[in-house]
Design a protein around this ligand. Structure first.
Ligand code: LMR
Length: 327
């Protein structure tokens, strides 16, 4: 090769490596809820922060409302590398670990502050690594809120739920919870809930105020009970293999963006829960009813046996640590 040719070749190689370096890493963040919810807001905040901290190096694409992948598909897609970040409800990890079922136990947490304390405890933190052997890395927990029951009849006591069909997330604990009150639970993807309620495929469901309002479940339900009988909370996860191969500076920037976006989403969860409840009430599409202390005690008594059923799979130490977080 002549000198001129080799200079030219070297220059071309430099240009192409520059062009390669200039290609941002595309990160797809997919979820099933609306943009306005705590998870929707956290995802958008992550995009904003990651692109600000790593200008030109990453491009984050957020796909809300099951647009890219819905329940059932998103976990497989993550493992196949078709999406890089998802934040499923903790009720949807049963295939990968049984330990996270603790979050589904009915009447376990008094409020989201208690959930927060448990997640921050050594036991809670360790659960972020409960799926590493399956190739899933937990990047952090994210709050949503307490669950409320809804149906086309008031559900004052467990007897009122007998024989009704309830949509549930894909959780065996939630299945047992509804069976405990003589109801018929049906596992359905989140994207299918509105239609299932509208067409009468199911009679009721359980969800947080932000999900009920943004997905209009209250428009196709006559009653929403302020039952606070459980929680919907998330783990933001990524593909461990993909994450481990990222350059150190990218990993650092993404970790920081993730931590800050979770803090932001958690603030939305704490600040907006009451507002979403008010919006459901003000809409006057469904009647929002509260439960008396005695009625709540009846629900608790009927559902609490579920704990013992799952204690072996979850681990007594984990349940005890969660109970202790109630203070
Ligand atoms: C549900 O399926 O009801 C929830 O898990 C949806 C969500 O992600 O909040």
């Amino acid at each position: 090769m002549t000198l001129r040719r080799s200079i030219l070749a070297a220059a071309l190689a430099a240009i192409s490596s520059l062009a390669f370096a200039a290609d941002p890493i595309v990160i797809k963040y997919s979820h099933v809820v609306a943009d306005q919810t705590p998870k929707g807001q956290a995802a958008l905040k992550f995009k904003e922060l990651a692109e600000k901290k790593l200008p030109g190096k990453v491009q984050v694409q957020v796909f809300p409302n099951s647009q890219l992948f819905g329940d059932g598909k998103e976990m497989e897609a993550l493992l196949l590398g078709d999406v890089q970040i998802i934040a499923p409800s903790l009720a949807k990890f049963g295939k990968y670990t049984k330990k996270l079922q603790v979050f589904d136990l009915p009447f376990l947490f008094d409020d989201i502050a208690a959930v927060d304390r448990f997640q921050a405890s050594p036991t809670g933190t360790a659960l972020l690594d409960s799926m590493t052997s399956k190739g899933i890395k937990g990047l952090g927990y994210l709050h949503n809120g307490m669950k409320q029951l809804s149906a086309n009849k008031p559900l004052k006591t467990p007897a009122d739920a007998k024989g009704l069909k309830f949509r549930i997330q894909s959780s065996d604990v939630l299945e047992a919870q509804f069976k405990a009150v003589g109801a018929n639970p049906q596992k359905l993807a989140f994207a299918e809930v509105y239609q299932a309620l509208q067409t009468g495929v199911v009679d009721g469901q359980e969800n947080t105020w932000s999900n009920i309002y943004t997905k209009k479940f209250h428009e196709v339900q006559k009653y929403v009970m302020n039952s606070n009988h459980g929680v919907i909370e998330y783990m933001v996860i990524t593909n461990a293999g993909w994450w481990n191969k990222l350059p150190a500076d990218i990993k650092k920037g993404l970790s920081e963006a993730m931590t800050e976006s979770i803090q932001y989403g958690n603030k939305v969860a704490f600040d907006e829960d009451e507002n979403y409840k008010k919006k459901v009430i003000d809409d006057k599409k469904a009647e929002v009813m509260s439960l008396s202390k005695a009625e709540t005690a009846e629900w608790r008594k009927a559902m609490k046996p579920v704990w013992a059923k799952f204690q072996g799979e979850i681990g007594k130490d984990i349940i005890d640590a969660a109970v202790a977080a109630n203070q």
